[in-house]
Design a protein around this ligand. Structure first.
Ligand code: PMP
Length: 335
């Protein structure tokens, strides 16, 4: 057991403390800036490493997981990759349930980190079916551990304890006080955990959850359509998310998000995933809402390597009203 905690504390040195960068740009000719955490610097390349490691550490501390238990989780990708890599390293077998329409890179990565992949088609019930299968396994099997990322409060706590303080402390060093945070919602762990910490530090802090305008599940409560911002808005409102404690919901188009992510890569060398493009657009919307007065923070959850077989690597049709059409990226500074 001591060995497990040694391994966990070593992994803690490889997860978190990601770079915070300031991005300077023009929007409709006006100079603006935002701050964002480059979360692809984590162990397996995404923000989800933070919560996967914390959930396992906490479960070990509370004796809710035993060595060699099988970890079983439903995930749209990044969470599975984190649990697969971390769980395998800690000596667990990792079974991942995932909708079959996720990118091939995600599926191959999951296998490369030694997890057993179970794919469920839309016809067979998709994401919600994955969750019901994993819950059923839990009620009928011994020696399994279900992280339950959508309802596990440790998911948000991971961000409350790490990402939030990192953002606040980095900005403090340069005398900047954040006033708004925006992030796309998957499980809601990021928005709830970072939001809670920053709000405690600055009670006037505004916290904006983000969703795709093509599938506004947070606004409507149901899955309205398919969308291409993998990692956010699955098919329901996650239990961790408390919309009443947050500010208004921001929505952005998935095509606009793809173009924005491509621009970040082409102009600044930030090879980010689609949800990062969406979060950048969300930050611009918040700046617009506040007449460019807010100090807006967001996160770039992962990089572009998982999306090279998707529309992110193709020419996207520019539609009227896209925010990205009015953006000129200037430069970035490491804080
Ligand atoms: N972006 C990407 C690429 C993700 O994988 C996730 C997590 N599913 C998110 C954003 C949203 O993060 P959270 O689950 O903490 O809301």
């Amino acid at each position: 057991m001591n060995n497990i905690f040694n391994k966990i504390s070593n992994l803690e040195k490889l997860i978190g403390n990601t770079p915070l960068v300031e991005i300077l740009f023009k929007y409709k000719g006006k100079e603006m800036k935002i701050y964002t955490k480059l979360e692809y610097y984590n162990y397996t390349g995404s923000i989800k490493d933070r919560m996967a490691l914390y959930i396992l550490k906490k479960a070990y501390m509370d004796n809710r997981i035993k060595e060699h238990d099988t970890i079983i989780e439903t995930t749209s990708g990044n969470t599975g990759i984190s649990f697969a890599a971390i769980g395998t390293y800690l000596g667990h077998t990792v079974d991942i349930y995932m909708p079959d329409w996720m990118s091939d890179e995600r599926k191959n990565l999951l296998k490369s980190f030694n997890s057993k992949l179970h794919l469920v088609s839309k016809n067979d019930g998709g994401f919600l079916k994955c969750i019901s299968i994993t819950n059923e396994i839990k009620s009928t099997s011994k020696n399994v551990f279900l992280p339950c990322q959508f309802s596990n409060k440790d998911n948000a706590t991971a961000h409350y304890l790490s990402t939030g303080p990192e953002i606040w402390n980095s900005l403090q060093k340069i005398g900047v006080k954040p006033s708004a945070f925006v992030a796309g919602v998957g499980t809601g762990g990021t928005i709830m955990g970072i939001g809670k910490y920053l709000k405690e530090k600055n009670p006037n802090m505004k916290i904006y959850p983000l969703e795709p305008s093509n599938s506004p599940t947070l606004s409507t409560g149901i899955q309205v359509h398919e969308h291409r911002i993998q990692g956010i808005i699955d098919e329901f409102i996650p239990p961790i998310l408390n919309l009443n404690s947050l500010n208004s919901i921001i929505n952005v188009d998935d095509g606009d998000s793809i173009i924005m992510a491509q621009m970040l890569s082409k102009k600044l060398g930030l090879g980010v995933g689609i949800s990062s493009g969406a979060n950048f657009l969300g930050a611009i919307k918040v700046l617009e809402l506040t007449n460019n007065k807010a100090t807006v923070i967001t996160v770039f959850a992962d990089d572009n390597k998982k999306y090279l077989s998707t529309d992110l690597a193709k020419d996207e049709l520019i539609k009227k009203g896209f925010i990205s059409s009015y953006v000129e990226l200037l430069c970035l500074n490491r804080i």
